[in-house]
Design a binder for this molecule. Structure first.
Ligand code: DGY
Length: 429
């Protein structure tokens, strides 16, 4: 264990590019939004100043309208496609053109809860930026106030090639004059563990649409090639808004309180749109056609993290959780192992992800489902102890997959370890 702790710290330091941390060497050579937020949580346990610097450098990429993009580019790296020229956002620093799951406020609230006056001062400094970010999500991704936070690209969900998106992706017309491009990801990772070429053509078609309308969020919402509701972004936004509300009370930001309450109430009420009666659970749904995805994912399992659902809905989600963990050597898989589309090694179509588990654990603990939380927590620690700090893991045999020496996996390991040690000290009294 002690050796793995040191390894986790070393990996994060090795991925430090001077003020920001890359997810892993080569495969992801820039700063990614939710990677950076989780990585900051890991760094916080050994260097608070550097953890806040990670947050500050991410916020450096925030757009005028409040959006925090999913990638901040600080140079042009031939190892990655699509780079800054393809996005062409005309921002300084150059960035991608959409966001990623808004975990940031929840991470910062953890710093404030665990920390000292130093963290409180830093949180006061960034609070207006967090408000702007949540306001942007609410306005740009839910312009009709439905309480349903949309995503305009599978990459915005962070769960890039999950079968959830197949229904929205199949309706994309791949532009006939799609320029030839060379993928870089498959030169770093086995192509069986990455999205297919057809999926990439669709990903790039959406990026081209965004670039051609100058990333105008209204045009993209109204006419973009892809518009879906994601239980992941929906529940993470809701939880982050609840955490922002708690932070506003704690920091005495009284003027912000009503606005945040508005987001919480609206998105909580809108979450029923994602309830699929046939599955008996929360599923992704196409906003253009109303069509549902038909399986439980690790993002569905964030309903507890967001604290949503009637008593019956919660019972049904708990039953899914027990069934899926029963069917997996290691939980929580990114796609239901009992579904025919399950692929144990392909990125978001089956593998287990430490960061998703981190949020699933919090939600299950909050819901009082302590046995399930303990199972996912132990699985996460065992996966990393036995197979290293991989990007993701095979739920059947635990094999480490994708990029290796991964910052956010190392960060989750550090956080789970530190909170376990803290809990055992409290228990020992
Ligand atoms: C990738 O390149 O695979 C990223 O997940 C997109 O953000």
């Amino acid at each position: 264990m002690a050796q793995r702790i040191q390894e986790a710290i070393n990996i994060i330091k090795m991925n430090d590019r001077g003020g920001y941390t890359v997810p892993t060497n080569q495969l992801y050579p820039y700063q990614w939004n939710w990677d950076s937020a989780f990585t900051a949580l890991g760094i916080w346990h050994f260097n608070k100043w550097r953890a806040w610097l990670e947050i500050m450098s991410l916020l450096d990429g925030q757009w005028q309208d409040g959006m925090i993009p999913h990638i901040v580019f600080r140079h042009n790296d031939p190892d990655y496609f699509p780079g800054p020229a393809i996005w062409d956002t005309n921002t300084e620093p150059p960035t991608s053109g959409h966001s990623q799951p808004p975990v940031l406020a929840s991470i910062i609230w953890r710093f404030v809860q665990m920390g000292t006056d130093y963290d409180k001062r830093k949180a006061i400094e960034v609070f207006p930026k967090l408000m702007a970010y949540h306001r942007w999500f609410s306005n740009a991704r839910d312009p009709n106030n439905l309480g349903i936070i949309s995503i305009i690209h599978p990459w915005e969900s962070g769960r890039d090639n999950c079968p959830d998106w197949d229904i929205g992706m199949q309706n994309i017309v791949i532009s006939g004059n799609l320029e030839r491009y060379t993928r870089r990801d498959t030169s770093h990772v086995d192509s069986n563990q990455r999205p297919t070429q057809d999926q990439y053509d669709r990903f790039i078609t959406i990026v081209n649409f965004g670039r051609e309308c100058d990333w105008d969020s209204q045009t993209i919402y109204a006419n973009g090639p892809f518009l879906m509701a994601d239980p992941g972004v929906q529940f993470i936004f809701l939880r982050a808004s609840r955490d922002l509300l708690a932070m506003a009370h704690h920091l005495e930001m009284d003027l912000a309180i009503d606005e945040i309450k508005g987001w919480v109430e609206q998105v909580e009420a809108g979450s029923d749109f994602l309830w699929n009666d046939v599955v008996g659970g929360y599923c992704a749904r196409d906003l253009r056609t109303g069509q549902f995805s038909d399986a439980i994912t690790n993002a569905s399992m964030l309903s507890f993290f967001a604290d949503v659902g009637s008593p019956e809905q919660r019972k049904s989600m708990e039953a899914h959780c027990r069934r899926i963990l029963g069917a997996s050597a290691f939980g929580m898989p990114s796609w239901d192992p009992d579904h025919q589309a399950f692929e144990s090694q392909r990125y978001w179509r089956g593998p287990v992800w430490a960061i998703m588990n981190h949020m699933v654990i919090s939600g299950l603990e909050d819901a009082g489902l302590v046995d399930l939380a303990a199972r996912v927590r132990n699985d996460t620690i065992n996966l990393i102890n036995e197979h290293g700090m991989a990007e993701y893991f095979d739920p059947r045999d635990g094999d480490g997959l994708g990029g290796m020496d991964f910052s956010w996996t190392a960060a989750v390991y550090l956080d789970l370890y530190k909170t376990e040690v803290a809990a055992s000290i409290v228990a020992a009294g």
